[in-house]
Design a protein around this ligand. Structure first.
Ligand code: NAG
Length: 314
């Protein structure tokens, strides 16, 4: 009898970012704009890379894949949060909650590995320029994309496989705007201390390993660029600074949350806004504004679109 009643939580309550009504209205407008811009900006990058033969190179393929992951990362929780801000509807079903955690770690893990793949691509282009075309062929590029999705999948499965078996028998209030794995695990009717450590170690280790790999590859690249001062290297430097900005913005909050042992819970909530909402918007901004080829291609595509709709009307 009692056993059957154990796993009874049918929904979780997400407290959201704030309880103040005025702030909720402000956040509703603000995040609706940010979300729309994120989807729009990343779609432009994907369409430009797909339809512009000039941009069919490994670097831009990886960039388009990053945009795809960014768009997914922005979509797993933000639309629901925006909706709750407007409707005061704070509940999320048990299945919805599990899905949010699954997708956050799938997309988050894939994005980290893809950033490493982009660093490897730049490393080969700058440090082994003569072998670039042979090493970074379509198969390698496809392999790197596959590797990042596999990493994300293994990472999320390693945590979700035991999370879905946890019994939730009463407490169901999550103090965040999405189902955050460490917080949800705390609600289970078990002693979850070991599981909490496992989750922190799992995500922490993945972010730390990727971060160290990125640090090493970008250090080598920067040293190489400094040694060969030519006008090619100034272009490389501007591409690199875009990459490094993205890496710092994405990993800063992650490493802080999972690796820094003294961070407080309320701090975590604010920081998670960064990697779920702001970074996916920043990637298109940083890459399109800093990159001349990208800007030129977007303009060309826009003109083609305009002239073709014009011709349709003739
Ligand atoms: C992702 O990368 C693969 C392999 O390089 C490429 O074929 C594909 O078009 C890219 N995806 C997007 C959305 O551009």
């Amino acid at each position: 009898m009692e056993q059957g009643n154990l796993s009874m939580v049918a929904e979780f309550i997400l407290l959201g970012l704030t309880e103040s009504r005025e702030l909720q209205i402000f956040f509703f407008i603000f995040f609706a704009i940010v979300y729309t811009a994120t989807v729009f900006g990343n779609l432009i990058i994907i369409l430009t890379v797909t339809f512009e033969p000039h941009l069919h190179s490994p670097m831009y393929f990886l960039l388009a894949n990053l945009s795809f992951i960014d768009m997914s990362l922005a979509s797993f929780a933000t639309p629901k949060m925006i909706h709750s801000l407007a409707s005061k509807h704070k509940a999320i079903t048990y299945q919805g909650c599990m899905a949010q955690m699954f997708f956050l770690h799938l997309f988050g893990g894939s994005e980290m590995m893809l950033l490493v793949a982009m660093a490897i691509d730049r490393y080969i282009a700058i440090c082994k320029p003569l072998h670039y075309a042979t090493i970074m062929n379509y198969h390698t590029c496809f392999g790197l994309v596959l590797l990042s999705w596999m990493t994300g999948f293994v990472h999320t499965m390693s945590q979700m496989s035991f999370t879905v078996t946890l019994p939730f028998c009463g407490p169901n209030v999550v103090d965040s705007f999405f189902c955050d794995l460490p917080r949800v695990i705390k609600l289970a009717c078990l002693d979850t201390y070991v599981l909490e450590l496992l989750v922190i170690a799992d995500s922490g280790l993945l972010s730390l390993i990727c971060f160290i790999l990125l640090l090493i590859s970008y250090s080598i690249i920067l040293v190489t660029v400094r040694l060969h001062s030519s006008n090619r290297s100034s272009k490389a430097l501007s591409t690199l600074s875009a990459h490094i900005t993205v890496v710092v913005l994405f990993f800063g909050p992650c490493v802080f949350i999972y690796v820094w042992p003294f961070s407080s819970i309320s701090m975590d909530k604010t920081l998670s806004v960064f990697y779920t909402i702001f970074t996916p918007l920043l990637n298109p901004i940083i890459y399109t504004f800093r990159n001349k080829d990208m800007k030129r291609s977007i303009k060309k595509l826009k003109n083609q679109l305009l002239s073709s709709t014009y011709l349709d009307h003739l």
